[in-house]
Ligand binder design. Structure first.
Ligand SMILES: *Cc1c(COP(=O)(O)O)cnc(C)c1O
Length: 360
């Protein structure tokens, strides 16, 4: 069967060449006589794979030496708890920007461990924009400040980073890591679930500045302690060995393509194809405010639930799947992560135009 264009928000599409490489190496990895899945995580052959994965991510994101790179489990959601457990131990206060559902969930979780100050929120407006931070009341003594760089459900993204001074900036980058250049030195800690822009589900990337290690709450579970995981090279227990290997293949693919700067240009082109059409369409509208439009998740609606459903069906019949929007927004969402080819977006725009014509 032919592969479809999969616009799912996550787990999401993976580059075909990555899947083919994995297929080729599935039964026997190189001259090792076994699958990566069968390797001990303590073996030299696996540690080579692991260390290369770390080195590739470091190179792609130009991560400075004073940051630790961890590959953990529990998804991005476990980090909603790990962030306060590792950092909310000084003033026991943290500033959160409420820019979407995941940001909201992270703030709710942090409330178990201390005082959460929501410095700005767009919740009242169904998160159609990233709240203006010009007048945000940051706490000078906060243990950290928290943002979500891309809001997966609503299709918005921060178009600039807040200046939080000496307060470490923590970012959930699950849905736009590696899609555009970020200066890692501006952050205290970054995390991202792998299943959007890296590879299959089951791995969560954590990038943390060394001086933030060792501040954890005494009740922080061992497996959630960044300091312990850093000390043990992410292998306090068995890591997701195969998922990390898949991440390596994804990083190699991105490096070959030219790295983050190159994919950023492609991502801008892909997003512009959709937004340019949405701006001229008489049928489809983009609910996210222009200044905050995501490059990764493009939300659009007709304003009529039946028409939305008809479009999703029509698109699927044309080999474009998983376009139904999140229930909080309705309508459609095209997730066009790094691995979505330009041809997929071109086809989507062509199918939207055809549908608009038929439904004029
Ligand atoms: C998908 C997503 C999450 C949740 O990820 P899990 O790995 O399922 O826990 C959190 N934050 C953002 C921004 C996401 O896109």
């Amino acid at each position: 069967m032919e592969r479809v264009f999969n616009f799912a928000p996550g787990p999401a599409t993976i580059a075909q060449s990555v899947l083919e490489k994995a297929q080729k190496e599935l039964v026997c990895y190189g001259d090792k006589g076994m699958s990566v899945m069968e390797m001990s995580h303590r073996s030299g052959m696996y540690l080579d794979i692991f260390n290369e994965t770390v080195a590739l991510l470091k190179e792609l994101m130009q991560i400075p030496d004073q940051y630790k790179i961890l590959f953990l489990q529990g998804g991005a959601t476990l980090q909603f708890s790990a962030v306060p457990l590792n950092l909310m131990t000084g003033s026991k206060k943290a500033d959160y920007v409420d820019s979407g559902n995941f940001a909201h969930l992270a703030a709710e979780e942090a409330k178990k461990y201390g005082t959460v100050n929501v410095v700005a929120s767009s919740r009242e407006d169904n998160y159609t924009y990233v709240p203006d931070l010009a007048n945000a009341q940051w706490s000078k003594d906060a243990d950290y400040a928290y943002i979500t760089t891309n809001n997966t459900i609503y299709g918005t993204r921060f178009n600039s980073l807040p200046d939080t001074g000496a307060v470490p900036l923590v970012a959930d980058m699950s849905s736009n890591i590696l899609s555009e250049p970020y200066d890692v030195s501006k952050f205290g800690m970054i995390f991202a679930g792998a299943q959007k822009n890296i590879g299959p589900a089951g791995v969560c990337v954590v990038i943390v500045r060394e001086d933030l290690l060792g501040r954890e709450n005494p009740l922080c579970p061992k497996l959630m302690s960044w300091a312990l995981e850093a000390k043990n090279d992410s292998m306090l227990n068995t890591p997701n060995t195969y998922g990390i290997y898949m991440a390596k293949l994804g990083f190699e693919w991105l490096k070959e393509l030219g790295g983050v700067n190159a994919i950023y240009e492609i991502n801008k082109r892909k997003a512009a194809l959709l937004y340019d059409y949405l701006d001229e369409s008489k049928l489809f509208k983009a609910p996210a405010q222009k200044a905050y439009r995501s490059l990764m998740n493009v939300t659009f609606v007709t304003g009529d639930a039946d028409k939305d459903a008809a479009f999703v069906k029509y698109a699927a019949a044309n080999g474009l799947v998983n376009l139904k929007g999140h229930r909080n927004v309705g309508g459609m969402r095209a997730s066009i992560y790094n691995a979505m080819p330009e041809a997929g977006v071109q086809k989507l725009v062509a199918v939207m135009k055809a549908f608009e014509k038929e439904n004029a």
